[in-house]
Design a protein around this ligand. Structure first.
Ligand code: CA
Length: 356
């Protein structure tokens, strides 16, 4: 049963409480409040967010807006848009200053998920997927039979580089990742270019492998000219490849960063399913070239119809083209972890890159 006395008392108490809070806020802390509106706060790379701080309040109005995006970038606009071009969790912070000099800060998290790019050589198509395998974007490749894809920086922008061979032409295409529009095209370094991958530290390179010439090529990302090449004879001094197939059936190439060094190339040989790790040793002077050193024993990768690899999140991800899936491999054991991206679109996945 309702008790009217108590019913009436509650709102009065509440009002007093709110009044006290308002007085404390206004009189003693200036009443400045940062209000952040961000849309969307999460999504797939590249995530374009609109940010708006104009609902912020302060005595005499807001005189300064200062945004930091958790990436090193900042803005002094009341509102605008910002593009997150890396996957990860970022703290977006707005600090406002009122005309009376008081400040207030508000932060929130932005979550940018990676994207998976794959190429299909039968349909000559490119697909962008989320990590669950859902198709986000798809477009026709500008040339026949794409054999690999890389996300790379050139001329201050992010591009897709697509290696294509077929109908007597071998090309490398540079595409706009937002719509697949052709930006530039280049002659491929050899007859069967495969598995381009981007080495993002200096000197920046696009590496690719060619099973016909049996060479690894280092290309200039700006014009795809060959800077260096490493043929099968170059590697004969390494015992790891003395008695096994190498640069014969390229089924994967990837690059990983290394602190204070030039990183590593990873090559998956299709004949024996062995993954080789190569240390990149840059030239010390004009007289010497880059060196590649095969380090450690190769890792057996138990994916029978592997057609592309990528390192992401500390794991090796391998396309199993027969099963239309991407398998996560534990690099310590070489075994599948059980995590996989299934139901790949298309009919013959030949290239894969996880954009992060
Ligand atoms: Ca990669």
């Amino acid at each position: 049963m309702k008790r009217p006395g108590q019913f009436r008392l509650f709102p009065v108490g509440m009002l007093m409480f709110l009044l006290a809070g308002w007085l404390a806020g206004c009189s003693f802390f200036g009443g400045t409040a940062a209000k952040v509106e961000v849309s969307p706060p999460e999504g797939i790379i590249p995530l374009i967010v609109t940010f708006d701080g104009t609902a912020s309040t302060g005595s005499g109005g807001i005189s300064t807006y200062h945004w930091t995006f958790g990436t090193g970038d900042e803005s002094y606009q009341p509102k605008g848009t910002y593009a997150y071009n890396r996957a990860g969790t970022f703290t977006l912070t707005l600090t406002v200053r009122s005309a009376d000099g008081s400040t207030a800060t508000k932060s929130l998290e932005i979550v940018v998920a990676p994207a998976v790019w794959i190429t299909d050589s039968n349909l000559s198509r490119v697909y962008k997927l989320d990590m669950d395998g859902n198709v986000l974007l798809s477009f026709a490749a500008p040339g026949p039979q794409p054999q690999g894809i890389a996300v790379a920086e050139a001329d201050g922008q992010t591009w897709l580089f697509l290696a294509c061979q077929g109908e007597g032409t071998q090309r490398i295409y540079r595409l706009d990742p937002s719509d697949g529009d052709l930006s530039r095209e280049f002659a491929a370094p050899a007859q069967s270019p495969r598995e381009p991958t981007y080495a993002a530290d200096n000197p920046k390179r696009i590496w690719c492998v060619d099973g016909t010439s049996r060479k690894l090529y280092a290309l200039n990302p700006v014009n795809c000219q060959i800077l260096e090449s490493f043929g099968i004879n170059y590697f004969t001094l390494f015992p790891q490849v003395r008695n096994v197939a190498f640069l014969r059936t390229p089924n994967g190439l990837d690059w990983t960063a290394q602190a204070n060094a030039s990183g590593h190339l990873w090559y998956l040989e299709g004949d024996n399913h062995l993954l080789f790790k190569m240390k990149i040793v840059p030239s010390y002077d004009l007289m010497s070239g880059t060196q590649l050193e095969i380090v450690g024993d190769p890792l057996y990768v138990p994916v029978f119809s592997a057609s592309a690899i990528d390192w992401y999140d500390g794991f090796l991800w391998v396309v199993d083209s027969n099963e239309h899936e991407i398998v996560q491999i534990d690099p310590e054991t070489g075994s599948p972890t059980g995590v996989r991206i299934t139901g790949l679109p298309g009919s013959n996945t030949t290239g894969m890159e996880i954009q992060e």
